[in-house]
Design a protein around this ligand. Structure first.
Ligand code: ATP
Ligand code: MG
Length: 578
């Protein structure tokens, strides 16, 4: 497995500057403790990778520690399946956690801290129904109103809270609220709910609890209990920071963590929200969380993305409070770069057309020594058989080509990669005029490496010996969505309406060079001229190969994106004028 500590050091950013200042001032004895806190209610996506690389990366850089903490306080939506997938994905990305923790490990302590707030007169049991609590909370422009239960005595609150825990009340009958300030301009400070009654079986604590703590109460205390120094989260929690600090200040927690917010990654042409990805899965619009089109880490692994490419991408996009909308092409470039360095090159014909070399003996097989990588001799080479009948790509021959077509055409010549120059002879068609075979003559003077002819041709194409070819199914993927920001709602449409109907093309009967027989699932290659491909980790078997196209060789989308961006900008300007 690749190791994240091999990545070059992170570029400096505002969080590092905060940490360095804290260390210089001797805060937390100079220690750095972070955590990655996913809720086990879905699979991790590329947005989470940003947070993982940030939290684990800082711990590595400052010789600190990073915990994996499951934020498991919503039992209805969470499961062991999701938790297991998260553990696997974090490890696959190349990171090791100091400790694995669960917010549910702290349920008993959290309960004690809630009791402490009650004893201090800083929390009360509210018995208004949920909709009334919402109504009393006020709005951005109007202050909230106090609940009639706000002034219950400490004894009564303590008693009711104990009975909530003991299961004496229906779900929703009471909640525990912090007693802060119903007139605060920050709505989060208007007596936020700390606990609710919920009879749901928890995937770890079973039916032991029927009250569950809320995120804002749980997260800061969990950070404190774990000795987290810098609690990094995304910007939507900025308005929650006063509450985070309030809970830390008013409970006798052993440590004072600090919350710092950064902007979420938004990857264009996809969605980075577990809820939306879950919708695609549950409606069967994709094959699962690990569908190679999904922006999940599991999907990207199946697609063939190497973990070092994702880490490289996370370094490139940086960390700040500014909007972080990133082109898919940036991620794909990181993937290409990583794969280019390491992938063996082989020849594979995805859409085969038979080519017969009429002057080449039928019983002859030449063995061509073909290096796996043009710049990496240490990857070695393999023998590739050359025979009278070979396959070439159907679109490497055109009967009636446009001007600058340098591949095979009537009257033309082309070089076969690692082999010979061949001259067009004739074409064989069926009754409907479809091309069945192309016939050529080999120029024996032109063998690569020992070419004495002095002939030059403009095109070189790849090929596979028909007698030695291995069949494979190849899945060619395209963007999952057709719109830059599928979930911006600007056209009043649901994000699912922008699913790309052509995001998957299945190619059967592809012809791979013989050395590919027995390829193990998960192996990555460059198919010359066609892109980077991986043997699918689930569906490919050594005797029944299925490949996923990881990424093309060039970014063919860059132009389309530019075009659409221009169109959208023009649309916006038109919208502003009207
Ligand atoms: P989602 O909305 O997709 O469910 P979330 O924030 O609810 O995301 P969590 O499991 O709570 O998912 O997230 C774990 C950590 O990952 C949090 O610290 C969160 O801030 C961070 N995170 C989630 N999405 C992104 C993103 N797009 N960019 C950066 N960090 C993210
Ligand atoms: Mg969340």
């Amino acid at each position: 497995m690749s190791d994240a500590s091999e990545n070059s050091p992170l570029a400096s950013h505002f969080i590092r500057q905060i940490i360095e200042k804290d260390r210089a001032a001797g805060r937390h004895e100079g220690r750095v403790g972070t955590r990655f806190p996913p809720e086990p209610n879905g699979y991790l996506h590329i947005g989470h990778a940003k947070s993982i690389c940030l939290n684990f990366g800082l711990a590595l850089d400052y010789a600190g520690s990073c915990n994996l903490r499951f934020d498991d306080t919503n039992p209805e939506k969470e499961s062991e399946e999701f938790a297991a997938a998260i553990e696997r994905d974090v490890s696959w990305l190349g990171f090791e956690w100091q400790e694995m923790r669960h917010a549910s490990d702290y349920f008993e302590q959290l309960y004690d801290f809630a009791q402490e707030l009650i004893q201090k007169g800083l929390a009360y049991v509210d018995s208004m129904p949920a909709d009334q609590i919402r109504e009393y909370r006020g709005t951005l422009t109007e202050p909230g109103k106090a609940s009639p239960y706000r002034d219950r005595s400490v004894e009564e609150n303590a008693e009711l809270f104990r009975r909530m825990r003991d299961g004496e009340f229906e779900d929703g009958a009471h909640v525990l609220r912090a007693k802060i300030d119903m007139a605060s301009p920050n709505i989060n400070m208007r007596d936020p709910v700390l606990y609710r009654i919920r009879r749901a079986t928890h995937h770890r604590t079973g039916d032991q609890w029927c009250i569950y703590p809320m995120y804002d109460f749980t997260h800061c205390i969990s950070d404190a209990l774990e000795g987290i120094t810098h609690s990094l989260c995304t910007l939507e929690f900025e308005d929650h920071r006063p509450l985070y600090d309030w809970v830390i200040e008013h409970t006798s927690v052993p440590h004072q963590p600090q919350q710092i917010e950064f902007s979420r990654l938004e990857l264009l042409y996809t969605v980075t929200s577990k809820r939306k990805l879950a919708e695609l899965v549950s409606l069967g619009l994709v094959e699962g969380w690990d569908d190679p089109r999904m922006p999940t880490l599991s999907g990207m692994r199946r697609r063939g993305y190497p973990p070092e490419a994702i880490r490289d991408f996370c370094q490139r996009i940086g960390v700040s409070k500014a909007e972080n909308k990133v082109e898919m092409g940036v991620l794909e470039n990181s993937v290409r770069e990583a794969l280019n360095a390491t992938s063996p090159r082989v020849m594979a014909v995805l859409n085969p057309l038979k080519l017969v070399l009429t002057n080449y003996p039928e019983d002859k097989t030449e063995s061509l020594d073909c290096p796996f990588h043009p710049q990496q001799p240490e990857l070695g080479s393999r023998p590739v058989p050359f025979t009278r009948e070979i396959y070439i790509e159907r679109d490497d021959f055109m009967e009636d080509p446009p001007g600058k077509y340098f591949r095979l055409k009537p009257g033309g010549a082309v070089r076969l990669r690692f082999g010979y120059i061949v001259d067009f002879e004739s074409v064989v068609k069926d009754d409907d005029g479809n091309v069945l075979e192309v016939h050529c003559r080999v120029d024996p003077e032109t063998r690569s490496g020992s070419d004495t002819s002095g002939r030059k041709v403009k095109g070189t194409i790849h090929w596979v010996s028909a007698a030695h070819a291995v069949d494979a199914t190849v899945r060619v993927y395209d963007r999952l969505f057709t719109r830059r920001r599928p979930d911006d709602g600007k056209e009043g449409k649901d994000f699912k309406e922008y699913l790309n109907p052509e995001s998957l093309t299945l190619l059967e009967g592809c012809k791979l060079e013989g050395s590919m027989a027995g390829t193990e699932a998960g192996s990555r290659f460059q198919f010359e001229r066609n892109g980077y491909f991986v043997a699918d980790e689930k569906d490919s078997f050594p005797d029944a190969l299925v490949f996923n196209r990881t990424v093309t060789l060039r970014d063919s989308w860059a132009k389309i994106e530019q075009q659409q961006q221009q169109e959208e900008q023009q649309g916006q300007k038109a919208g502003q004028k009207s």
